[in-house]
Design a protein around this ligand. Structure first.
Ligand SMILES: NC(=O)c1ccc[n+]([C@@H]2O[C@H](COP(=O)([O-])OP(=O)(O)OC[C@H]3O[C@@H](n4cnc5c(N)ncnc54)[C@H](OP(=O)(O)O)[C@@H]3O)[C@@H](O)[C@H]2O)c1
Length: 332
């Protein structure tokens, strides 16, 4: 039995779910994989948050240094969110010889090429399955498809918050502001919903998927982006009357050096699977030149599915190391 020492950067919604998954599944994970997972550190802005999750007081830190210096930490799990200091901590951890697993779409989409290059130099794993689609195995699927296929198109619903709002507007006949308040009340939308409703979150996710498909870093600024804040009840009703729905669709299409990415609310006819994706669910179509179009569908957010992907990445990081690093050239 090999022990994997883990440091959690962040013990919020996702970090605490990762901790719970490790504690609750420790024995079955050990039996299934041969690895025993031990959380050595929890990093937060406030120490009491770490202790509140259930970690011992001596495992709490507000700075990264003790984690970087601890030889018993094999894998750093970054679940703080935001661009900085997360991106710097990821690089520091790789350079200190740790594998890194992250769920941070913003840091990954803005720094993908340099993070992969750092991991390659350090000969360490960098896995980010949970950054897009939470528990939906998108990175695993893309990796498998890309062995044989050229991916020509990625199209889907990658933001559960906006899909929940658009579904509520269509099915309950309520205006945008009321649907947003309902999403906030149920915990599907943040108090500041800008990143979701203006399409930034979807743009980060699309940029990650398209960068992997193109083997080249396509920055989130390259995504033509429009949010859902100006969608009116009339537009929603009109779409329903035509047998379809308005959906915030992330769409990337291209080949070789020429890729076009956009995130925008569009009419989706009833004959299209994506028209029937309700509430906070996600669905992503991947089109390869040999496999054709496949669709991955499921909960694209939430602590338990996200932690499932993160814990699986932790084990893959130790099993496969840098062998799973994608090929991603720097953006021109
Ligand atoms: N929520 C989801 O369903 C979901 C799904 C997929 C991916 N993700 C991604 O997972 C990541 C974490 O999301 P979350 O919902 O768990 O966030 P969260 O609840 O806000 O938790 C963030 C944690 O990081 C700590 N933190 C933030 N900035 C810090 C800093 N500068 N120094 C030290 N600690 C810092 C916070 O410390 P304090 O506790 O002391 O404030 C908190 O413990 C994000 O990248 C998010 O996009 C989330």
């Amino acid at each position: 039995m090999t022990t994997i020492g883990i440091a959690l950067l962040g013990v919020g919604t996702i970090g605490s779910a990762v901790w719970r998954t490790i504690v609750e599944e420790r024995e079955s994970l050990a039996q299934r994989t041969g690895f025993r997972l031990e959380v050595r550190w929890g990093l937060a802005r406030h120490r009491e948050r770490v202790v509140g999750v259930g970690l011992p007081a001596q495992a709490a830190t507000t700075t990264i240094e003790p984690i970087l210096e601890d030889p018993s930490v094999d894998v750093v799990v970054e679940v703080m969110g935001g661009e900085e200091p997360a991106a710097t901590y990821i690089k520091d951890a790789l350079e200190a010889g740790k594998h890194v697993v992250t769920a941070n779409k913003e840091a990954v989409s803005k720094h993908l090429a340099e993070l992969v290059a750092t991991a390659r130099r350090a000969r360490r794993a960098l896995l980010f399955e949970a950054s897009v689609g939470a528990g939906i195995p998108l990175m695993v699927s893309l990796r498998q498809l890309l062995t044989v296929n050229r991916i020509e198109r990625i199209r889907g619903i990658v933001n559960g918050t906006t899909n929940f709002i658009l579904t509520a507007m269509a099915e309950e006949g309520i205006p945008y502001q009321e649907a947003l308040r309902e999403a906030q009340r149920l915990g599907y939308a943040e108090p500041d919903p800008t990143a979701d409703v203006e399409g930034h979150d979807a743009a980060y996710k699309l940029s990650i998927l398209a960068s992997l498909a193109a083997s080249r870093h396509i920055r989130p600024e390259a995504v033509v982006r429009r949010g859902i804040t100006t969608i009116t009840p009339d537009q929603i009703l009109d779409a329903r009357a035509r047998g379809g729905a308005i959906k915030l669709i992330a769409h990337a299409e291209g080949s070789d050096g020429d890729w076009r990415l956009r995130v925008e609310p569009v009419f989706v006819p009833g004959s299209d699977l994506l028209a029937h994706v309700r509430r906070n669910l996600n669905a992503i179509e991947l089109t390869g030149d040999r496999v054709g179009t496949i669709v991955l569908y499921g909960p694209g957010a939430g602590p338990t599915p996200t932690a499932s992907a993160i814990v699986a990445d932790v084990i893959d990081a130790v099993r496969f190391g840098d062998a799973l690093l994608p090929s991603v050239a720097a953006a021109p």
